[in-house]
Design a protein around this ligand. Structure first.
Ligand code: NAD
Length: 478
């Protein structure tokens, strides 16, 4: 499409004006819009996968297709195939006695207008296109702002979308933090931000200037509870598989792993053994997703080294003489497990977001619950075990964005369930019906009866003496 705009503000204004002119978007139009994006993603998936490979300097195309292309397509298709049901009339019970006088009421889910979507580098397409599925399903337009950390993917997305899609429906703006700052100050009808908790706070402050509602998809230190009722071998295998995903650069990657004290040695060995079997080599192994850039790789190395320098017990899946060489080499790191580090280490305080994890020994499950509750509410919580009473205790007495039991990451793959954080890990949801509702305005429509009974019931001024008595007579606790 050829239409050009001089500024982001002008682009947003044009989308919002067009929305006002064509506010009613039928289910059929929504499906066609979603299909258009699906067709573009399918037609250009190879270019996207190549761009992600270049941005990470070696993320395998197969992984990018699985994570970002198929992940995005399944969100877009789920919205396409379910929005008709979501749009069905939602009739509500009218209060008495108006219900007997012929009143009706319903909730209509109305498109909000134009949705701003800010994405991250770790899933550079998915964090834009999965929210886009909800935005389009709800009848909105959208402007996407990819991460500057993955500039090639951002550029390919911007070029392809500009060529294939009407910018009044979906547009992409690219640039660094300064563009993000300007973007987050625009008067969108809704803003979805995926990123760090620190930047999430800035986004919310910026959005508050225009009272723009926000969905914040943030991160944190997701805990894993390994019960002594678990099959330790299978549990450790699944934890290692989860840690291997995207080089640990996932918002819901296991971060702190609580293990019964007597099992800690065995658990560490089993996790590292699985990691070794998945990746016989680390350096130059195309199956290992590199850390996205040298700065992020250096950050992960610094966090590990700080734990080592503080005298922590650090185990590693593959012996590498000098971790610093990995930073300048291919940015692929082995898995590091840090056992029982002190609270003041960086690895205990910061989201790791790389191939490392903390193992904390415990004697009693209530210690684990207390420790989880002392920290920020995490995005994910994992429980491995077969002890139903213990699981009920953990679920009832902790909070987290979502939960997977006897595996990691899986709940986030659900389309028929909300995904989102709580407290420091975020607010609001996307995915499925909840995503549709989050990006729609729930508008209550009340239809009055033909006959207005309020005057004959003595409810209108001038009030007689009985009015107050009539009101007071209805004050009851029933
Ligand atoms: P980030 O917060 O540094 O950046 C995210 C986006 O915000 C980027 O597009 C960036 O350009 C923009 N940005 C940066 N500073 C800004 C500012 N001051 N104002 C406006 N925009 C700004 O995050 P990141 O490093 O790209 O991603 C990693 C973080 O994202 C981790 O914390 C991870 O847990 C989280 N994450 C969460 C989810 C989720 O679904 N909850 C998914 C992926 C990643």
């Amino acid at each position: 499409m050829t239409q050009q705009f001089d500024s982001m503000a002008e682009l947003l204004n044009a989308q919002q004006q067009d929305h006002i002119q064509h506010r009613l978007v039928s289910a059929d139009q929504r499906r066609k819009r979603l299909q258009q994006v699906i067709d573009v993603v399918v037609a250009h998936h190879q270019k996207f996968a190549e761009a992600m490979e270049l941005d990470f300097a070696g993320r395998s195309q197969g992984f990018s297709v699985m994570n970002d292309i198929l992940g995005s397509l399944s969100s877009l298709k789920y919205a396409r195939d379910n929005l008709e049901t979501w749009l069905e009339s939602d009739h509500r019970q009218v209060f008495s006695p108006y219900d007997q006088l012929g009143s009706t009421a319903r909730v209509e889910y109305q498109a909000k207008g134009s949705v701003g979507i800010i994405g991250t580098w770790n899933a550079p397409l998915y964090t834009l296109l999965s929210p886009l599925a909800c935005a389009l399903g709800a009848g909105n337009r959208a402007i996407l702002k990819p991460s500057e950390v993955t500039p090639k993917t951002a550029e390919v997305l911007a070029t392809i979308f500009a060529k294939e899609l009407d910018p009044l429906l979906v547009a992409v703006v690219t640039g660094g933090v300064e563009v993000g700052v300007e973007f987050s100050h625009l008067p969108f009808d809704h803003l979805i931000f995926t990123g760090s908790t620190a930047v999430g706070k800035k986004i919310m402050q910026a959005a508050a200037q225009n009272l723009v509602p926000v969905t914040l998809e943030l991160g944190g230190k997701s805990p894993v509870v390994v019960s002594d009722s678990s099959d330790l071998q299978e549990t450790c295998r699944r934890i290692a598989v989860a840690k291997s995903n995207n080089g640990g650069q996932l918002c819901i990657s296991p971060d702190i792993i609580y293990v019964p004290k007597y099992n800690i040695e065995q658990a560490a060995s089993l996790i590292l053994e699985t990691y070794q079997s998945l990746f016989p080599e680390i350096t130059n192994n195309a199956d290992v997703v590199p850390i996205v850039n040298q700065a992020h790789c250096q950050r992960v190395v610094d966090v590990i080294k700080q734990a080592q320098d503080s005298g922590c017990d650090v185990r590693v899946s593959h012996n590498i003489d000098d971790l610093t060489e990995c930073v300048t080499n291919d940015k692929r790191l082995p898995l590091h497990l840090v056992i029982a580090p002190p609270k003041n280490t960086r690895i205990m305080q910061e989201e790791i977001f790389g191939p490392a994890a903390v193992l904390l020994p415990f004697d009693n499950i209530n210690e684990v619950i207390d420790d989880i509750n002392r920290r920020d509410k995490p995005l994910a919580l994992y429980y491995f075990g077969e002890d139903q009473a213990e699981l009920d205790n953990v679920l009832a007495n902790t909070s987290s964005g979502g939960v997977s039991i006897n595996d990691c990451l899986m709940h986030a793959a659900m389309h028929d369930a909300p995904f989102g954080g709580v407290g420091a890990s975020g607010m609001g949801h996307y995915h499925g019906h909840e995503g549709f509702k989050a990006l729609s305005h729930a508008r209550t429509v009340f239809v009055a009866p033909k006959h207005d009974p309020r005057a004959e019931w003595g409810l209108l001024p001038p009030h007689n003496e009985q009015f107050k008595a009539m009101m007071v007579a209805q004050v009851s606790a029933d």
